[in-house]
Write a protein that binds this ligand. Structure first.
Ligand SMILES: [Zn+2]
Ligand SMILES: [Zn+2]
Length: 167
């Protein structure tokens, strides 16, 4: 078993790595990285739900995830599934799910994909415009720099394309 201090160091390193990857993803896609200050909002609820599913009987991991903490990917629409950075294709949503808002569950075009760093977990989700506004997860016009962890969200460069908003 790992030494508790070493384990904590690894979690910290994985958390830092997750944040760095998110920053890289945001920069590569020209998206803004923002920090959300509300630890009790919709996203926190999704993270808790995700964690509960991961520790439940239906949890599924890709074969590359071991016992030591590393950056892992999860998606709101696939509770219980955790994959390493090379297995993100396993999180691909169905065509219907790809058009379904993760908050209000309406099926529509014009969803906004986004990703949040929650400790070492990069959680991907897609929201419709009203839900973005309702959760306060709308990307601001100016990037927020130097804000402290724990939670950041950015739009990933390419998940499967959600359709662009209808004009
Ligand atoms: Zn993997
Ligand atoms: Zn919605």
């Amino acid at each position: 078993m790992a030494h508790p201090t070493a384990q904590a160091d690894q979690v910290h390193a994985a958390t830092t790595d997750a944040r760095r990857r998110l920053t890289t993803i945001a920069a590569a896609s020209g998206q803004h990285l923002t920090t959300t200050g509300d630890p009790t909002g919709w996203l926190a609820g999704q993270a808790a739900r995700c964690l509960a599913a991961l520790t439940g009987p239906g949890a599924r991991l890709c074969p590359h995830i071991g016992t030591s903490p590393h950056v892992v990917h999860a998606a709101v629409w696939a509770p219980g599934l955790l994959v390493c950075p090379t297995c993100t294709h396993l999180l691909r949503p169905t065509a219907t799910e790809d058009r379904t808002c993760d908050r209000c569950r309406r099926t529509l075009t014009g969803l906004y994909p986004a990703m949040a760093a929650l400790g070492p977990v990069l959680l991907t989700y897609g929201l419709c415009s009203p839900c973005q506004n309702a959760t306060g997860l709308t990307a601001p016009r100016t990037p927020v720099e130097g804000a402290p962890p724990p939670r950041h969200h950015a739009r990933p460069p390419r998940r499967h394309r959600r359709h662009p908003p209808r004009r």
